[in-house]
Design a protein around this ligand. Structure first.
Ligand code: ADP
Ligand code: MG
Length: 317
């Protein structure tokens, strides 16, 4: 596509790269001795965002969900590439998109070093690269029996906002305004992931719902877990809707939280709390890893809470 479009909207100074946008390839020099963490995420109009969504918000979210994967690994963000398909060359849309994208990039010290631009249905594919000292990545397969299970921030807000927008949950407008930012402007927990290096046994970011994503840790680690429903952190406004099945499902199995779920030895609670404080993020202890497989959610009375939705399945009807 027009080189002037790329020059105007996607070319910035990249002091952290040997060579950024403009040649056949970017040239990157990883810090000697560090490992590269690499991840891609695609966002499609109609599936991950809708045509009316603000382009600055789409720019923010498309990079935020990718940064969330680096956070879940404990990696320091370094470089990104952006492949974008656009139905038409819309200067106002691109200007706003780039504003949201680069604001998020600047907050986390990640540099856009290349990509591709083509005509087509609006699609964004971003690849992020980060660095991590060997052996310190927060993998999914390290959970051990007896580990505490922790989660950052609050759960369910984004899923409740989506349920509201889709008419599956009736909410007061003032209440809806309190959950909508979680859906459109998620915060990747980059500083927390880095602070948890060497402390957490395992970690994942919650993109498809707590139960589904914790389930990935359990499967990869060959373990089980108990969760206490009452310990799950939510916004106060979410609490007021928990009598609704839809709202409970949003907390347990809603997507788009982009919080970190991680496990750590019970003996390291003080260190974990100090790491979260240093990253300026609230965290909650929500359960425990068990040697026996299976995932149970306990209600306040200690009885198992029945649930049938483990998360958002992209291939479900
Ligand atoms: P090529 O034909 O070699 O693939 P392109 O014309 O696609 O080159 O891209 C020219 C330069 O602009 C390359 O350095 C490429 O990485 C960069 N680029 C293209 N699209 C984007 C984009 N959306 N964001 C960032 N860089 C881009
Ligand atoms: Mg190209």
């Amino acid at each position: 596509m027009e080189f002037s479009l790329i020059a105007k909207h996607f070319t910035r100074a990249t002091p952290g790269a040997v060579l950024g946008v403009g040649d056949d390839c970017a040239l990157l020099a990883p810090t000697p001795g560090m490992q590269l963490a690499v991840s891609s995420d695609m966002l499609l109009e109609g599936r991950h965002f809708s045509p009316q969504d603000s382009p600055a918000g789409i720019g923010h979210k498309s990079l935020a969900v990718n940064l969330s994967d680096l956070a879940a690994m404990g990696a320091t963000p370094r470089w990104a590439t952006l492949a974008i398909a656009l139905p038409e060359e819309n200067d106002a849309w691109l200007t706003a998109f780039a504003r949201g994208f680069f604001r998020m990039a600047d907050q986390h010290g990640i540099e856009l070093v290349g990509g591709d631009t083509t005509r087509g249905a609006l699609t964004l594919s971003i690849t992020v690269m980060g660095e991590i000292p060997p052996g310190q990545a927060l993998r999914r397969d390290g959970a051990q029996a007896g580990d505490d299970i922790w989660v950052s921030g609050v759960l369910g807000s984004a899923a409740m906002a989506l349920a509201y927008r889709q008419g599956r949950l009736l909410m007061d407008q003032i209440d809806a305004a309190k959950v909508l930012p979680a859906l459109y402007l998620p915060t990747p927990r980059v500083a927390l992931g880095i602070a948890l290096r060497g402390l957490a046994h395992s970690a994942i970011d919650i993109s498809d719902g707590l139960l589904a994503d914790l389930g990935h840790i359990l499967e990869r680690s060959g373990k089980g877990a108990h969760l206490a429903f009452n310990a799950l952190p939510t916004l106060p406004v979410v609490q007021t809707y928990l009598h609704e099945t839809v709202a409970r499902e949003c907390v347990l199995a809603g997507g788009d939280d982009y919080e970190l779920c991680f496990t750590a030895p019970a003996g390291r609670r003080d260190a974990i709390l100090a790491a979260a404080a240093s990253a300026n993020v609230s965290i909650s202890r929500i359960g425990q890893i068990t040697a026996e497989p299976g995932l149970s959610v306990l209600a306040a009375d200690g009885q198992p809470l029945p649930y049938d939705k483990t998360g958002y399945d992209h291939f479900a009807a």
